[in-house]
Design a binder for this molecule. Structure first.
Ligand code: UD1
Ligand code: MG
Length: 453
């Protein structure tokens, strides 16, 4: 059954040494918070509440941008993880079903693990996600008795024997929602940090005769981000896995270590990606596409049989139909390119529609911005745009029409017409030869004068 989720994101993250709240630092193209929220939604969230605090307004705005249905609860003062979870009570409203607590700075919790925790609720009232490590450091220690979890001790409060325990608390906890809030209401702050510890609910539950258990996962999954170095290490970890996954899915990467994916990049089978390609969020590439070296993509779609790059930039809203060619030093933004269209060299195509098999010559620019507003350019099927054409939008080029090279097109071009909009050429007989002779003579005279002085 679907659970409620509470995502804690009120902490300061002081070790990031940043004005930006920690959970808004990016991993795989999106804020850390988006990863935790994504885990919740893949885990089938019924309701999810993000608990904000430090940088609350910015975090709330980002959370709603990621998922407009997300509920927000603010924790004015950061009095500890138990206090943070309690802040979500009003936002959740009814206390039905299970509730899972996640941290906004822990991006890799998988839906399978969350599923396992929900299933384990058949045998225990409260579940904690734990992991083994040889270097337990500041983590809370899970004190078990057979398959039962008795209590959690924070490192600051632990005895030497407890500190020697290597089974640690990831922070993820699952329980029936109303049981969770009943337990939380009994948590006190009589500990080394004078904080309300979420981890105390385990001891309280055990003392009430409730059963607590541990679901195990790998430490890599519970990796929390506290510093920029940890963020970079997590990024490297994500990229390494994404590259392997892409290759397993049938994508050829010539130099995998130079290709950077976003959390949601989708690439089809038998697509080839040459070195140094960067994917921002929202990119889908179909099968049998060729991406040549040094491209940058964001929010775009590339259909089967297309060839893109080298050195191409596709920005949000770039939609390439089948067998499109986008070549070197070409930027496409918010534009639909129909089947077989070609933009091969040095062009900017923005806010445009390009018809089937249209050919856009080198150096073509859609002048889409008048300084205040954006305007569209429509190019018909099989149109031929001459090199170095400026298309001053709003403007449309008819089916099978042409523009002469170097034209500045400010008026619509009818179907099948040729538009010429440039100064007429004038040839001056012999003038080049005479001019050069004169310049050379001047230079020779100046050099002689210099020598004589
Ligand atoms: C917590 C656990 C510890 C566990 C570790 C795993 C407690 C008491 N301890 O310790 O057992 O091994 O995580 O990383 O729960 N937060 C708030 N409001 C607060 C305090 C924290 O929203 O008042 C948020 C933080 O932003 C963070 C998360 O809760 O996302 C965890 O807080 P943090 O201070 O990092 O807890 P740890 O000391 O690491
Ligand atoms: Mg922490």
């Amino acid at each position: 059954m679907a659970s409620n989720f509470i995502i804690l994101a009120a902490g300061k993250g002081s070790r990031m040494n940043s004005d930006l709240p920690k959970v808004l630092h990016k991993l795989a193209g999106v804020p850390l918070l988006a990863h935790a929220m994504n885990s919740a939604s893949l885990g089938g969230a019924k309701k999810s509440v993000v608990v904000t605090g430090h940088g609350g307004a910015a975090v709330a705005k980002a959370a709603l941008g990621i998922d407009a249905e997300t509920l927000i609860a603010n924790q004015d003062e950061q009095l500890g993880t138990a206090h943070a979870v309690l802040q979500a009570k009003d936002a959740l409203g009814e206390m039905e079903g299970d509730c899972i607590v996640l941290y906004g700075d822990t991006p890799f919790i998988s839906p399978e693990t969350l599923e396992e925790m929900s299933k384990a609720r058949d045998s225990h009232d409260v579940l904690v996600l734990g992991f083994e490590t040889n270097d337990p450091g500041r983590y809370g220690r899970l004190i078990t008795n057979g398959d039962k979890l008795d209590r959690i001790v924070e490192a600051k409060d632990a005895s030497p024997e407890e500190l020697a325990v290597t089974l640690c608390n990831s922070g993820v906890i699952c329980a029936n929602t109303s049981v969770l809030f009943d337990l939380l209401s009994e948590v006190k702050d009589d500990n080394a940090a004078n904080e309300y510890y979420l981890t105390d609910i385990i001891g309280i539950a055990t003392s009430k005769g409730l059963s607590c258990g541990v679901v195990h996962c790998d430490i890599a999954e519970t990796l929390g981000i506290n510093t920029r170095a940890e963020l970079a290490a997590a990024e490297a970890d994500f990229q390494a896995k994404a590259r392997i996954a892409a290759m397993e899915n049938g994508v050829s990467l010539t130099a995998p270590e130079t290709v950077y994916f976003a959390y949601d990049t989708v690439i089809g089978r038998d697509t080839t990606i040459e070195p140094n390609v960067f994917f921002g969020p929202g990119v889908t590439i179909e099968n049998d596409v060729e991406i040549k070296a040094n491209c940058h993509f964001e929010g775009c779609h590339i259909s089967r049989g297309s060839v893109v790059g080298p050195f191409a930039r596709l920005r949000p809203g770039a939609e390439l139909a089948e067998d499109v060619r986008v070549g070197n030093f070409v930027e496409i933004k918010n534009a639909d390119l129909a089947e077989g269209a070609k933009v091969n060299h040095l062009s900017y195509v923005g806010d445009a529609t390009v018809g089937k098999a249209a050919n856009i010559g080198a150096g073509t620019i859609t002048c889409n911005y008048d300084g205040v507003m954006k305007h569209r350019t429509e190019i018909g099927a099989r149109a031929f745009i001459g090199s170095n054409t400026s298309l001053v939008a709003p403007v449309s080029i008819g089916i099978e029409a042409m523009t002469a090279s170097g034209s500045v097109i400010t008026q619509n071009v009818p179907i099948g017409a040729l538009a010429l909009s440039r100064a007429k050429q004038v040839n001056k007989e012999d003038l080049a030869t005479r001019l050069m002779d004169k310049l050379r003579a001047t230079k020779a005279r100046k050099e002689k004068e210099k020598k004589d002085n």
